[in-house]
Design a protein around this ligand. Structure first.
Ligand code: FES
Length: 187
């Protein structure tokens, strides 16, 4: 069948529309080519911000000879290396811990953080107890709850403790979830 030269060119897209589509595709490809490396570059640039700050699991807290022989709990700062954003910080305070001798060779490490709402507890020598100043939870010297009606839902959190190289006291420093009965590490 012969084409009628007088018929309008309705069967194929107009030239202007074809050009528009071509330009659109070129722009998309261009954006993909430029945008992908740019996105990767941004991710790399921001990487230190998105990297989780970590501390070593076990940190050296003190030496054995600093702990009273009579078992009185002593509070020690916990220092560790941390990396935030683009900077590495050496030996910065990340918390505190109570250490005490339970016998000549046995140590107990307790978190200073009250499991109720996170205030720091104090040790009261005359009462041989830990007291939370925020809502008056009272804990025994070994961290147990002194009063079952205490606002704190559980005893003070114990931390793993090790003696290394005969005299160094190392503690596995962790945060635990607040306000619940179970002792669960913060994820
Ligand atoms: S935070 Fe300790 S009793 Fe509430």
């Amino acid at each position: 069948m012969q084409k009628n030269p007088a018929a309008p060119a309705a069967a194929s897209p107009p030239a202007a529309r074809r050009d528009f589509l071509k330009q659109g595709c070129a722009a998309c490809l261009g954006l993909a080519a430029v945008g992908t490396p740019a996105a990767i570059g941004t991710r790399v640039f921001l990487d230190p911000l998105t990297r989780q700050t970590t501390a070593e699991s076990f940190v050296k807290v003190t030496t054995l000879d600093t702990l009273p022989e009579d078992g009185t709990p002593v509070q020690y700062p916990v220092l560790a290396d941390r990396r935030d954003a683009w900077t590495k910080f050496s030996q910065v305070p990340i918390g505190a811990v109570f250490l005490q001798r339970q016998s000549k060779d046995k140590l107990l490490a307790l978190s200073v953080v009250c499991p109720h709402a996170g205030c720091f507890v104090d040790y009261e020598e005359d009462k041989q107890s830990f007291l939370c100043p925020c809502h008056n939870s009272l804990f025994l010297k070994d961290g147990g709850l002194k009063d079952q009606d205490s606002p704190s839902p559980r005893p003070l959190d114990t931390l793993e403790v090790q003696v290394r190289n005969r005299n160094e006291v190392w503690v596995r420093f962790q945060d635990f979830q607040l306000g619940i009965k179970e002792k669960k590490p913060v994820a």
